[in-house]
Design a protein around this ligand. Structure first.
Ligand code: SF4
Ligand code: MSK
Length: 663
């Protein structure tokens, strides 16, 4: 097990206690994890790669460019700025493609559900009707499934749209933002089209002006945030239920000694939802009992985990950096994977144990994995076949170690609808109380902590940033593996209010909400776009997202999707802070990202290396927005009386966790 910092680009400090506990055990002594591989590499990353100036877009290269050195441009003449912009834009395209392909599967699953095929049904009719309004679909005297089918087919058409018309969801943005996009000519048309155009424009000899390349990068990213990701979130909510606050648990201690442990890892919740249904099937439970287990324990990893955590309260065992460690417990009968963020190394780790890595999607196989194709037309049958295989492994389990003490309570399920109800009460749901609390300074602003975890910083980086933010009375919303990491740190539950500054603590205690609101998986960042837009529409905080005291960070970003997310936030007017960007080798382009984009979008990228620097950058940005809004007058600390408590929430619609939400 690696435990010390290396000189290379990577941190092998394991601060997470559950990971440490597992890796210290004898059963894990032959396991090689990413921490070991980082230590073994022992060399710094290539400067051209990390600076963004290595180009291999044609076979005259690879060309390694040195900015400002005359002969060190590409063979074709491409400059550092062009190369770095092309590389950056291709990262955006790859991220948008991943979200787009995920979303397409969800739309297809939604259409099958509307046709009455499979185990799922339309659960959130209110949300279906709201979406019908956006799509211009008639709802009066129509069957729910008919409406769903029409919306599903319109949503599917958005992927291959060939007209010049902008995508449907764009109209949910503020008027001002829509005008900015129109003026710049970057309203996304189709999900697939923007990725194709991005790849074309970054082919050798096409678009060679970094600002123009970045216009298409914005359009491509917007087709993700306001297009595919938003479609995916909305249709998934309609099909599986819009999240409401619920209690759950996270961390490796959620695995169970006396049950068949099946971890579900990846992103697309169609299979995971079917597995949840199958795991409750008496026939499956009986099968598990025959093998000597007391039952079947499903646990999530990465964003599939977040999907079923949010909607069903199924525990999350691990985020991205812990996927190998979950297997190293020796207590997992099968890790069921679909697409994205699945390390190839899990198959190697599994060889040390009785665990099967079951790949389920034709797009994502791996050597050493067992492939059982998930058939969406026979979802339950597929799920049962997968579970049966896992159950049969139970008897083969050898020595195992589950760090049972590492099990953290969380309260999750904060869709943008929940936030509406939570603060406004069921009968006068609105963002007014949130806006008022920001205007009066009890809440200084909103910080989104999203995206992955990685091995570049110690794994308490999210916690350090979030603690600093809430201490400064900034409300945090979180998604993806960042949210899992914050859950492990004990910040995603109402008791964490004690770590907040006085005024945020009062708000959290009054409403009974955590200071870190878990909003879902990485596609669910679209919820944050809607929440920000609702704050603008509520009034009092400016005319557009770029006026809000709000900022985002993906401090430990790893996946290309995080860059697509960052770009759609910036193009929507929200600043973002990343730990690093592969653009520093191109001075002018780097300055464009970190400063000049402000003139175009009202927001730009920021880079800050250390966790506390990231937090400070965010706090400063929020305070300067408050200054610009003229709401930064010093307020005396006010103790809440009954009227003020009523303003925060009227006590109706109490859920099981005490938040005011839809029941
Ligand atoms: Fe080199 Fe230009 Fe080819 Fe890139 S596109 S590899 S810079 S010649
Ligand atoms: S899973 S994209 S590591 S959030 Fe969404 Fe986590 Fe990042 Fe994958």
């Amino acid at each position: 097990m690696a435990t010390s910092k290396t000189g290379c680009e990577g941190c092998t400090d394991i601060t997470c206690s559950s990971s440490k506990l597992v890796l210290e055990q004898d059963i894990a002594k032959n396991v090689r994890t990413a921490y070991d591989r980082i230590q073994a590499r022992g060399m710094a990353a290539c400067l051209f790669g990390s600076g963004g100036t290595c180009c291999r877009n044609c076979n005259m290269g690879p060309c390694q460019i040195i900015d400002g050195v005359e002969d060190m441009i590409g063979v074709c003449g491409a400059t550092a700025d062009t190369v770095a912009a092309r590389n950056f834009a291709r990262t955006v395209a790859a991220g948008a493609a991943a979200h787009g392909d995920h979303a397409r599967e969800m739309v297809k699953g939604f259409i099958e559900t509307a046709r009455g095929n499979g185990p799922h049904e339309i659960k959130d009719v209110e949300k279906l009707h709201a979406l019908a309004k956006i799509f211009g679909v008639e709802i009066e005297e129509r069957d729910v499934n008919d409406i769903a089918l029409e919306i599903g087919e319109m949503a599917l058409a958005e992927f291959g749209n060939q007209s010049e018309q902008g995508m449907t969801m764009l109209k949910r943005a503020t008027k001002k933002r829509q005008e900015i996009w129109k003026k710049l000519g970057i309203e996304p048309r189709g999900v697939d089209r923007e990725v194709v155009e991005m790849m074309h424009r970054t082919h050798i000899g096409v678009d060679q002006e970094y600002e123009n390349i970045m216009l298409q990068a914005s359009r491509c990213a917007l087709s993700d945030g306001w297009g595919s990701s938003m479609l995916s979130t909305e249709l998934t909510d309609i099909m599986f239920g819009t999240p409401v606050p619920r209690r759950a648990i996270v961390d490796l201690g959620v695995l169970k000694k006396d049950q068949v442990n099946v971890t579900v890892h990846g992103h697309e919740p169609l299979l995971a939802e079917a597995l949840c249904i199958a795991a409750e099937d008496p026939e499956m439970i009986e099968l598990a009992k025959k093998q000597g287990a007391k039952g079947i324990n499903l646990a999530g990893v990465c964003c599939t985990g977040n999907e079923i955590l949010m909607r069903r309260g199924i525990p999350v065992a691990a985020g991205f950096v812990q996927q190998e460690i979950a297997l190293s417990t020796g207590a997992v009968e099968a890790m069921v994977v679909d697409v994205q963020c699945i390390m190839q190394s899990v198959a190697e780790v599994a060889k040390n144990f009785h665990t099967d890595i079951i790949t389920t999607n034709y797009r994502a196989k791996m050597p050493g994995g067992v492939h059982i194709q998930f058939d969406e037309h026979a979802a339950l049958e597929s799920a049962k076949e997968i579970l049966s295989r896992a159950i049969k492994n139970y008897k083969k389990r050898g020595t195992c170690y589950i760090p049972e003490e590492t099990k953290l309570d969380v309260v999750v399920g904060f869709s943008h609808e929940t936030i509406n109800y939570m603060l406004g009460g069921r009968f006068r749901a609105s963002y007014r109380p949130l806006n008022d609390n920001i205007i009066n300074g009890r809440i200084r602003g909103v910080a989104a902590m999203v995206g992955c975890d990685n091995f570049k910083l110690a794994d308490d980086a999210h916690e350090i940033i979030a603690r600093e933010l809430i201490k400064n009375n900034i409300l945090v919303v979180a998604t993806g593996c960042a949210a899992t990491s914050l859950g492990r740190a004990g910040l995603v539950n109402p008791e964490a209010a004690r770590y907040c500054g006085d005024s945020l603590r009062e708000v959290c205690e009054t409403v009974g909400m955590p200071p870190v609101l878990h909003m879902g998986s990485c596609v669910d960042n679209s919820r944050i776009l809607i929440a920000l837009t609702q704050m603008v529409n509520q009034g009092g905080l400016g005319e557009d997202i770029d006026d809000l005291p709000a900022i985002g960070t993906a401090p430990l970003w790893m996946s290309e999707k995080a860059v697509a997310i960052g770009q759609y936030f910036v193009a929507s007017g929200a600043q973002v802070v990343f730990q690093d960007l592969a653009t520093s080798g191109a001075k002018t382009f780097n300055k464009y990202l970190l400063e000049d984009m402000m003139g175009t979008y009202g927001a730009h990228w920021n880079v800050a290396k250390e966790p506390l620097d990231i937090a400070r950058t965010m706090i400063e940005a929020i305070e300067s927005k408050r200054d610009a809004l003229g709401i930064n007058k010093k307020k005396e600390r006010v103790l809440f009386d009954m009227d003020m408590r009523r303003d925060l929430g009227d006590g109706s619609g109490l859920t099981d966790v005490g938040c005011h939400g839809p029941t």
